[in-house]
Design a protein around this ligand. Structure first.
Ligand code: ADP
Length: 260
């Protein structure tokens, strides 16, 4: 009796152990595969501009001294592709940074209206396009890490700029416990079947168009990661050829908490 009991118990434990081990190995394998896919994607993204730069350099070597049109075209192409690579490496660095477990955030009461005014004023000059601020003159204190919030705004504003040619509007709405910040554009929009994927690394709706706009497909995955780590939620609504609105919801400091 007892012998059989012990044996059965042992087998059960062994089976459980082996199942746990298998699960662990599967996790590790998925992790490795994700990492490998990531490296392959990133290398591919970097390889494209390098190839373009390299072929234009060859052209410059052969015709640069005699043909002005070749010179002109090559300089532009090399400069564009270099910018692209710069952007991509910056995005990769941000990505690596948000994925580090020891990355710390300092969440504190921040004047949201002031911060948004600063960021949009800075970007208006870069874009050479107006950003409409549709909110009252008051102020509201949001609980965020300044750098994170700044980075988030920049990602959404950059996208609004890239995927539309009209004005961009930013709206702040104060609720009972939260502050909602929306960034809206009147651009190309996102098809319904793609909307569930846009936060996936390297995902782009229209690869040909995305290449022209110089995206990396990393912006929104960085945004999502940052938002998760900072207790910020992101919502998106979009209609093709009408426009896209991203909404960030952050915690706010309530009036009575301010004075305490
Ligand atoms: P990218 O660097 O390509 O812009 P993102 O991760 O920031 O990468 O965005 C992923 C994809 O989501 C984009 O390639 C684009 O297809 C779509 N997208 C993001 N923001 C917008 C927007 N405001 N309007 C239309 N499409 C957008």
């Amino acid at each position: 009796y007892t012998m059989i009991d012990i044996n059965q118990k042992d087998t059960k434990e062994l089976r459980e152990l082996s199942e746990a081990f298998n699960e662990m190995m599967m996790d590790l394998k998925t992790h490795d595969e994700n990492q490998q896919a990531f490296i392959m994607n990133a290398s591919h993204e970097l390889k494209t501009p390098i190839t373009v730069i390299s072929s234009y350099s060859q052209m410059l070597k052969r015709f640069g001294k005699t043909r002005e049109d070749v010179l002109d075209e090559s300089i532009h192409a090399i400069s564009d592709e270099t910018e692209r690579m710069k952007y991509l490496t910056e995005q990769l660095l941000s990505f690596a940074k948000v994925n580090r477990e020891d990355e710390t955030f300092q969440v504190e009461p921040i004047r949201i209206v002031k911060l948004i005014k600063n960021v949009t004023a800075r970007l208006e000059t870069v874009y050479d396009r107006q950003i409409e601020l549709a909110f009252y003159n008051g102020e509201v204190l949001g609980l965020v890490d300044v750098d994170t919030f700044d980075q988030l705004l920049k990602i959404f504003l950059d996208n609004a700029y890239k995927y539309s040619s009209d004005s961009i509007s930013v709206n702040i709405r104060e609720l009972e416990n939260n502050v909602e910040v929306t960034i809206a554009d009147k651009g190309i929009g996102i098809p319904e079947e793609d909307i569930g994927h846009i936060f996936t690394r390297f995902y782009r709706v229209d690869k040909a168009r995305a290449r022209k706009t110089g995206g990396s497909g990393l912006g929104l995955s960085i945004a999502q990661e940052l938002a998760n780590l900072n207790d910020i939620s992101i919502d998106v609504t979009s209609r093709v050829n009408v426009g896209t609105t991203f909404k960030l919801t952050i915690k706010k400091v309530k009036k009575n908490e301010e004075t305490e």
